[in-house]
Design a protein around this ligand. Structure first.
Ligand SMILES: [Zn+2]
Length: 420
């Protein structure tokens, strides 16, 4: 047996190849400060996809796109007609994004498929590597557009009609990208999947802080946004007694204080943020006539998210201090719970490979959210430096990048060879 012979997925995963591909893709849309600006459906996004297809081509993997431009690259299985196991993420970035958010899940998926080829490992089910269109939503809102359209959570025609700040539509940008980099194969939206597993950097500080290499993601937390507007009465700060005031900002402070008390939980799981506050007329010697604040509330448990969010209006109404208040919910996104079977499989593989691991909830949203209701789904997290993401400073360690790809390859091979 030659020294280049691959005997296991561990030996077949090529960490250097995987790392170098991150660096190579980071050159497409590179920013002066070491980050990446490769927003969805730009020429740079198209070049990144073309580069990926260049790497996949020598393996003979077939490529296809669906009507919103989600790209699928298939490693065939013995049962060609069977629903595939699917892995992947996204190649688009924030305007000041990094080298790993999304890119990691795509490249780790390709590495897993190539390792199976190098090992001569056959699977019963096909395995599709997916590049979801427009995960970031920075050019065309909303985030996770491609996976939402695929899953039927966002109508295709509405997504295609979405325009960027310069008036270009998703439909036109997608057509231009496919004209520049043609792909022959076509796939329908919402085709059945046997399972879905996405690898991603954590985008938070928990794995690094606890010296873990692998996070078995149990859920993506849900989110509710509220806008609270309070109308009082402008008055002279020197002459108006407290009892005669209708101070909109004073009411806002009372509301936020009461809300913070409502949101306290011993496990520190609730995420409650008042991130925007406005006061009018914003004059040092006038009692404020108007105040406005936002609430961003997140929790992984649907019942808790519902219970807490549903109390926000009542708490605000109990603290008006004579002002009028309007509470409007602007966004509601339910939590996604991943398959316990996949969570425990990720945990078991990490354990077997001797990789420090833990179960973890995703604080950020991901394309996997829309697969969770469709097939057994899960995610694998690796640490990123200081938890920093959506930033040009985003970084990860090569050994973690390799370890996550190895865990991904193991679980994809298991899923694609499982009996049912
Ligand atoms: Zn991402």
């Amino acid at each position: 047996m030659g020294s280049g012979e691959k005997t296991s997925l561990a030996s077949a995963i090529d960490g250097d190849r995987l790392w170098q591909r991150h660096m190579e893709l980071a050159r497409i849309g590179a920013t002066a400060r070491g980050g990446v600006n490769r927003q969805a459906l730009t020429p740079e996004d198209g070049r990144a996809r073309a580069k990926l297809l260049d790497w996949a081509a020598p393996r003979g993997f077939a490529a296809s796109v669906d009507p919103i431009g989600n790209l699928f690259i298939r490693r065939p299985g013995r049962d060609a007609a069977a629903a595939p196991v699917v892995t992947g993420s996204h190649l688009d970035t924030q305007p000041t994004g990094g080298k790993f958010d999304g890119i990691y899940g795509v490249l780790a998926g390709l590495e897993a498929l190539e390792a199976m080829c190098d090992l001569g490992l056959e699977t019963r089910l096909p395995i599709d590597l997916v590049v979801w269109t427009n995960e970031e939503g920075s050019r065309f809102p909303p985030t996770t557009m491609g996976s939402a359209v695929f899953a039927g959570a966002l109508p295709l025609d509405r997504a295609l009609a979405t325009r960027d700040a310069t008036g270009v539509s998703v439909a036109d940008a997608l057509a231009a990208m496919l004209a520049a980099h043609p792909i022959d194969g076509r796939r329908p939206l919402g085709f059945p999947m046997a399972a879905y597993v996405e690898a991603h950097i954590e985008q938070g500080p928990i794995l690094e802080a606890t010296d873990k290499v692998i996070g078995a993601v149990t859920a993506i937390q849900g989110l509710r946004w509220f806008s609270i507007e309070i109308l009082g009465q402008a008055a002279h700060a020197g002459t108006t007694p407290r009892r005669q005031r209708r101070d909109a900002f004073s009411a806002a402070v009372a509301m936020v204080t009461a809300l913070e008390r409502l949101m306290v939980d011993e496990t520190d799981t609730v995420r409650f943020t008042v991130g925007r506050v406005e006061v009018a007329p914003n004059s040092p010697n006038t009692v404020p006539s108007r105040a406005f604040f936002t609430v961003d509330l997140r929790h992984p448990d649907a019942a808790t998210l519902a219970r807490l969010g549903d109390q926000i209006e009542a708490v605000c109404r109990a603290n008006t201090r004579g002002c009028a208040v309007t509470v409007v919910e602007t966004i509601r996104s339910e939590p996604a719970t991943f398959s316990p079977k996949i969570v425990s499989a990720v945990t078991a593989i990490a354990h077997r490979l001797g990789l420090p691991h833990m179960e973890i909830v995703s604080g950020a949203t991901h394309d996997a959210k829309f697969m969770a209701g469709r097939c057994p789904s899960g995610m694998i997290f690796i640490p990123c430096r200081e938890g920093v993401s959506h930033s040009e400073d985003e970084d990860a360690r090569p050994e973690h990048v390799t370890a996550g790809a190895h865990v991904l390859a193991e679980i994809l091979a298991d899923l694609a060879n499982s009996a049912d």
